[in-house]
Structure formats: C-alpha cells, structure tokens
Design a protein around this ligand. Structure first.
Ligand SMILES: Nc1ncnc2c1ncn2[C@@H]1O[C@H](COP(=O)(O)OP(=O)(O)OP(=O)(O)O)[C@@H](O)[C@H]1O
Ligand SMILES: [Mg+2]
Length: 403
C-alpha cells in the first residue's frame, strides 16, 4: 500500500470513530450547547448524525438485557444504556409497526429534535436498521413521577415545594408544546409515568410527538384503554376521538390532582366515595373542604398553593372542553399572585356521556375527522394568523381547537 493510500485509510477509520462518538461528545458540551448542537444538526438536511448504530445501542444495553429494561409502554420496551464515555441513555424500541417509510420517520425525528425545552426530555437521535426502529433519549436518574407519587416509602421525598415545582414545570413544558414549539404538538398521553424527574426532581415531559410517528394508527389509543391510562383521557377524546389541545389540558388537570393528593385517579381500595379522584375532588370542592384532598403524607404544605392547585386541576378537568383554560391561562394562573381563579364546573367523567355532552361549540366542528385520525400532525397545521392570535391569548375560553 502506498503512503498516500495508508494515510487515507488511517484518516477514514479515524473519521468513522469520531462519527460514532459524536452523540456522546455532544453530551460533554453541557445541556445548552448539546441542544444547540442537536438543533444545528437537525437543521442540516444532509446530516446523518441523528442516527445511532444498532451495534452501539446493543453494546450500551448489553444486547437489550432484561436487567436494563426500565419499563414497557404502549410503544414498546425502554432500556437503560451506558455509552463508552460513561453517558447514560434511554433507548425506546418501537415495537408498533409504523406505516411511515424511512424518509417520513426520519423527518419526524428531525422535527422532534428541534422541540427543545428545559421541561421536556431531550431526544438525542434514533436508530433505524432493518425492521428495528428506536429512539434514543437522555436518561433521567429519578425515572418517572409515578415511581415516587404512588409508592408509599418514596412519596414523602416529594415535599410540597417539589410538588408545586412539578405542577409548574409540567405546565411550562405543555405551554411550549402547544404554543411555542416550531410545530404545535398535542401530547395525547400526559400522565405520571410520562413525567420524568432529573436528579434535582425537576420535571421533564417524555414521549411528546410519539403519535406523529404512527399516523393513521390508533393502536396507541387502544393501549391507553388496555393499560389503564384511560383515566387521564378527556371524555371527548376517549369516547369520540375528538382531539385538541384541551385533551392535554384535561390530562394535566388529572395529573395536578394526583400530585396534590398523592393517589391515582382511580383507586377502588379507597372505598366508593373516594374511588374516582375527580368525583371526590369535586365533592370536596363543593363542600368547601378541598384541603381534605391533600396527601396526608405531607408533613407541611402551603394551603393557598394547595387550594389553588385543586381549583386549577378541576378547571382543567371540566366536562366541556371549551370551558377548560388553555395552557397559557394555566401558566398565568400559576405565576400570578393576584389572579382570581374562576369557579370550575362539573368535571368530565369517562363512560358517562350525559355528564359531558353539555355544550356543543364550533370547536368540535373544527376538529374534523381527518385531524383526529392522523393525530397531532394534522391537528397541528393551520393558519398562521390564528396561531399568532392563539399564542398571545391569555383568555380562558378563546381557543382555536381546529388548528
Ligand atoms: N429517558 C428516560 N429516563 C429514565 N427512565 C425512563 C426514560 N424513559 C422512560 N423511562 C422509564 O421507563 C418506563 C416505561 O416508559 P414507557 O414510555 O415505555 O411507558 P409508559 O410511560 O408507562 O407508557 P407510554 O408508552 O404510554 O408512554 C417509564 O415509566 C419510566 O419509568
Ligand atoms: Mg412513556
């Protein structure tokens, strides 16, 4: 081999090594720089750096060993992985069959790479090799909120300040997804297991935009029902498939009530009166005994913030979606001391049609069949004029559902 050929061979193997190390190298830059780098990469259409080799992920997860399995959700199992530089990652194997081709899938991942906020879990890239499709995320050491909230021994480590910070952080993340992200994202699956906690117990919403990877496929909708997360779903979405930002607002309301009370939205062990969290919270609110809902494992809490959170949760869970606040109004209520919260109406309860079909507004007509079928992708597109209006809107009832 000539000197030149040898030099070329060394150069090309060095380049291959560096390329493989790139996602890891990114993480050494610190979060801000890493995100900036991810964004720049995503903007570069010719970039292939969003791809992880299957081999790299196999090595990181010990060939997807059961011991590294963090859980299994509606889209498939999630594994913890360790990169050669010591960085921890979470690999979500997508076991549902997407009807998307490689190009569409990659485009969606590129879009998701641009959706960045401190209250969202960072997507690092994906792996597409043969039939395998995977998403690679930053790993969050404290896993998800449900691991704390609903586990007696651990719920005490969530003091009131932390809980209120989580309520605020999730609102901030959702506001970003609905109003500030490059494309509007309706999450569709806000629940305690999709709120991950970093080492300081700051919340980060996970699994945003996943529905976009499965257009026209309502399998995940069925998995909600099967897996019992039905309790977070807005009645109009659960029963009729009507999807809007207000579906997320409803789920957020349920989550807020769970955070304050430290219990799941449905728990038959608590007796008939308390089984359904929404009905019970509504009953207590009407009897002016809201604070009885607060988790008894909390040694102390701020009663004003707790009462406000309960009222906010009930406002978000109202049966009529037009009456629910949008996330900018929620954010305003949470951040302003002087905001007087409106009185909530009855919460929407699943499986009881008469309770929630109380109002019909143009919002339903705007959410047409094709948007509900294709989920966030179709729903998120629309007139930029309306978008601008919506982004600046602080009004509680003026929502453009059909965007
Ligand atoms: N990035 C991550 N870092 C740490 N733990 C994670 C991460 N992503 C997921 N997990 C853990 O893995 C579990 C399974 O996640 P997964 O998203 O598959 O299921 P789920 O949230 O219960 O359901 P769904 O598919 O509806 O989101 C979660 O409950 C969480 O504890
Ligand atoms: Mg999840």
């Amino acid at each position: 081999m000539s000197c030149l050929a040898r030099a070329m061979a060394i150069f090309s193997s060095l380049y291959a090594c560096l390329k493989r190390l790139k996602p890891a190298a990114c993480s050494c830059l610190g979060r801000g720089s890493a995100r900036k780098a991810a964004k720049e990469e995503a903007e570069d259409e010719s970039s292939t750096d969003l791809f992880f080799d299957l081999r790299t992920l196999q090595d990181a997860t010990s060939s997807f060993d059961e011991q590294n399995r963090l859980g299994h959700g509606g889209f498939g199992p999630v594994y913890k992985g360790l990169m050669p530089n010591g960085e921890e990652i979470a690999v979500k194997k997508l076991s549902l069959t997407s009807r998307q081709g490689m190009r569409e899938f990659t485009n969606e991942v590129k879009l998701l790479l641009k959706i960045q906020h401190r209250n969202l879990v960072m997507l690092m890239g994906c792996c597409v090799e043969g039939p395998e499709k995977m998403l690679v995320y930053e790993y969050l050491s404290n896993r998800s909120l449900d691991c704390f909230l609903f586990v007696k021994e651990k719920s005490a480590s969530l003091d009131w300040m932390t809980r209120f910070r989580i309520i605020n952080g999730v609102a901030r993340g959702l506001l970003y997804l609905h109003e500030e992200a490059p494309e509007r994202i309706i999450h569709r699956d806000i629940k305690a297991s999709n709120i991950l906690l970093d080492d300081q117990l700051n919340p980060k919403i996970s699994d945003f935009g996943l529905a976009r990877l499965f257009p026209g496929d309502d399998t995940h909708l069925n998995t909600f029902k099967i897996s019992g997360t039905h309790g977070y779903m807005a009645p109009e979405y659960a029963m009729r498939g009507y999807l809007s930002v207000k579906s997320d607002v409803f789920s957020y309301g349920v989550l807020v009530l769970e955070i304050v009370s430290g219990r799941k939205n449905h728990d038959s062990r608590l007796g008939a009166e308390k089984t359904d969290l929404l009905s019970y919270a509504w009953k207590l609110f009407q009897e002016r005994k809201s604070l009885e809902l607060v988790d008894s494992s909390l040694a102390k809490y701020n009663p004003d913030e707790a009462a406000m959170s309960i009222q906010l949760g009930l406002l978000c869970c109202q049966s009529s979606y037009a009456d629910r606040p949008d996330m900018s109004a929620v954010h305003l209520m949470l951040s302003s001391d002087s905001f007087t919260l409106p009185r909530p109406g009855k919460p929407g309860l699943q499986g009881r049609t008469s309770r929630w079909t109380t109002t019909t507004t143009s919002a339903f007509t705007n959410t047409n069949a094709s948007s509900t079928q294709t989920g966030a992708t179709k729903v998120s597109t629309g007139s930029s004029l309306i978008e601008e209006y919506s982004r600046n809107s602080m009004s509680i009832s003026s929502i453009d559902e059909g965007r």
